[in-house]
Structure formats: C-alpha cells, structure tokens
Design a protein around this ligand. Sequence first.
Ligand code: CDV
Length: 325
Amino acid sequence: MTSAGQSRTVTIGAAQLGPIGRDESREAVVVRLITLLREGAEAGCDLVVFPELALTTFFPRWFTDDIAGHDHYYETSMPSPATQPLFDEAKKLGVGFALGYAELTEDGRRFNTTVLVERDGSEVAKFRKVHIPGHEDDEPWRPFQHLERRYFEESSEGFGVWRAFGGIFGMATCNDRRWPETYREMGLQGVEMILIGYNTPIHYAPDPGQNALQGFHNHLCMQAGAYQNGTWVVGVAKGGTEEGVESLAQSAIIAPSGQIVAQAVTTGDELITAVADLDWCNHYKETLFDFARYRRPELYQRITSQKGVVAPPPESLAPNGGESS
Ligand code: CDV
C-alpha cells in the first residue's frame, strides 16, 4: 500500500515467442506480437514483455565476413513502418510493452536494445545490453555460432531504472541476467521490477556439460537476483527450435521472495501472467536486504576496481611456502 492507501499492483504478461524463421518477415512477426498483446489486454495486463531480438531470427548464429551483410536484421528507427502497428495497437488497448530488437544507430553503432513503452504509447526508456557473450570471429568448429560480440557493441550506459507503471522499473538482456552486478546495480536504485528477454541455445559449445543445466541456471540466477534485491523479475524467452538450433523456453515471472509465480509450459508463442504487488518488494528491502543498514561497500572494492580474477601467489612463491603461521 502507498501512504495514500492505494495498492500498487501491476498485471504483468510475459509474452514468450517460439522460433522466428530466417525468411519470416517483420510484418508477420508483428502480427504474432499483436496477438499476444491482445491476449494480454484480455487478461488485464498493464505491461506485456517480449523477448530479446523479438523481430527477427537470432542472426548472430551466422558469420558474415562483412558485418553489414546482416544489416537487414537491424532497426534504424523505432517505431518503424513495420513495428508501428504494434505501437498503435498497444496505445489503443492501453497496454505497455517491452520489445527487444537489434538497433543500428545513425552513426553506425550496433546495440542489442530493448525499448520500454508506457500504456499511453510514450517511450519510457531504451536499454542496451551490457554483457555481450560469445565471440567476434568465425569459429566454424561450432555446430552453430554465437557471434554477438561481432554484431553488437557493449553498452557503456549501464543499468538505469525508471519510474513507470506506478513503480520503479529496470531492464536487462539475456546474458546480463547471469551476472549478480546487474541486479545489484538496479537494486541500489530501488528497482521493483526487472524485465529480461533472452535467447539461450541449449547447446553451449565451449562446455556442453552445461547443456542439461540450462533450465536450472536460467531460473537460478533470476530467482537469486529477485530475492537478493527484493524485486520482481520477468524472464521472457524466444524458445523452441529455430533454424535447427534448440533454445530454452521456460519463461518465468518471479516474485521478490525468489519464488516463480508463473511459468511457460510450451516452447512456442505463449503468454503467462501474474498480478505483481510492487509493495511486496518492501518485505525484503526493509528486512534482510535493508541495504542502508547491512551492506558493507567499503569491503566490496574489488567489484568495481578489478575485472578478472587475481588469485593469491602459488604456494611455492609465498613468503613462508604457503604454511599458515
Ligand atoms: N543471447 C544470449 O545472451 N545468450 C547467452 C548464451 C550464449 C550463453 C545467454 O547467456 O543465455
């Protein structure tokens, strides 16, 4: 409850997508998005969240010598003629949305971007993915590639939060969800709901031993991020088998307790919803995770001053041969 006594609930929809084929037009995809948006409106949603790169197939799986060879997968404006019908329908229905897409800026920069739009059609913010996984160069040994580091720049804008939908909202994209710093950066700004789209292939070529754990790791990091920061987290997949590559589905809406309150059961287009009480965040923000009372930032200096691991010297080089005194 607010001091004025109104409850602060947001009816949230996670609009999971199934595969998008290489030859599927944006117009056809936008029809799918509008179908899910209308379903969300019927369910009373204030906000519907679509996945990462929700307008095209996941093109970083293919190498092109000339990066511009993939330019047709990027948006040079948002909205564009192809996406305007989604913006129009959302405004008509009074439903906000978050949409992931590949952004090519006027000055030629490439970002993996999500736009957040309010119920009246106004843009709240754009978020550009911070942690860009995968590789830069052709690696033909892989069954399929993950060339995000070739096709996207790392954003240096960080993790902002914005007042919208009656609360404090933040965004992250796919690989960002695996890093605790993502959630804590927003937690320190009082975030109450984090929106995360993802494309996660089941096969992880650098260490296939992780394949069977993809579903576990997906929920593990988002549930931990929610609980440790007292925030709602909405994780939305593009799942299913796209151009021969199987990707994780299991979209989920996670409460500030860390519990999953809704989860997708298919690997295709599917809307899941939950009524999210933003005031529930305070149970955690004002008790176990009362940051102002309990955090010890003076002891966390390595987190921002150091990038890689600096281990203690090997025992043979230690002054006393590694013996404890
Ligand atoms: N789109 C992604 O960021 N995918 C990564 C994969 C490559 C590990 C992820 O973290 O799910």
